[in-house]
Design a protein around this ligand. Structure first.
Ligand SMILES: [Zn+2]
Length: 206
């Protein structure tokens, strides 16, 4: 028997982007963090899905593009610490260079950031009741990470699907590694969830 409660997963996304809330009871992790200036929409969607903002223990961006991390600083001001993998630190200031004044982007500061290594991720997640780890999963950017739960759920951000990644050997290697690590159900940053085996040439193991 596992000590940890089974996790539940809901999508609080909007504007064609998925934002996943992974919950162990009332202990919750937000995976991908909203467009800049969209705190009102995020609040409304959290409420609609029955997720109190104060129960979100950390927010994790799969990568620092504005549709995935644009709301990070605003959420920190609401009391949600930003969980950053060490490989992501340098990408944070670069994100701002892609924003326009009309985006109302609030720049991410160092305060309230919890910076960890991949090796530390399992223990941090276990502290909030979630069995899994965070893996380095390059292929869309070099600083992309994925959350892999022990039940096989994997949150892959913008990692391009294998069927569209024939010319992207880095992404293909990442998918191979995710399967080796037991990933089965893909929760992408855009579009519906799917089986990791849903590609033309792949079948689940017998
Ligand atoms: Zn992206």
């Amino acid at each position: 028997m596992s000590k940890v409660a089974p996790v539940t997963i809901v999508n609080v996304g909007y504007r064609s982007t998925n934002y996943w809330v992974v919950s162990a009871g009332v202990s919750r992790l937000l995976v991908d963090i909203g467009w800049p200036g969209s705190l009102g929409t995020m609040r409304a969607n959290l409420k609609r899905m029955g997720v109190p903002l104060r129960e979100i223990r950390y927010a994790l961006a799969t990568h620092y593009h504005i549709d995935h991390a644009g709301l990070a600083e605003e959420l920190k001001r609401e009391g949600v610490p930003l969980l950053v993998l060490d490989v992501q630190v340098d990408a944070i200031p670069i994100m701002q260079t892609w924003t326009k004044p009309a985006d109302n982007y609030v720049a991410i500061t160092g305060g309230g950031n919890v910076i960890i290594s991949f090796e530390q991720s399992r223990q941090l997640l276990s502290q909030i009741g979630i069995a899994g780890e965070i893996l380095h999963t390059p292929g869309h950017t070099d600083h992309c990470v994925s959350l892999l739960l022990d039940d096989g759920s994997v949150f892959t951000g913008d990692l391009p699907p294998e069927a569209h990644a024939f010319n992207n050997p880095v992404a293909l290697a990442t998918w191979r590694r995710l399967r080796e690590r037991g990933a089965s159900r893909v929760y992408p940053g855009h579009g519906p969830t799917r089986s990791i085996y849903e590609t033309p040439d792949e079948q689940p193991p017998a």
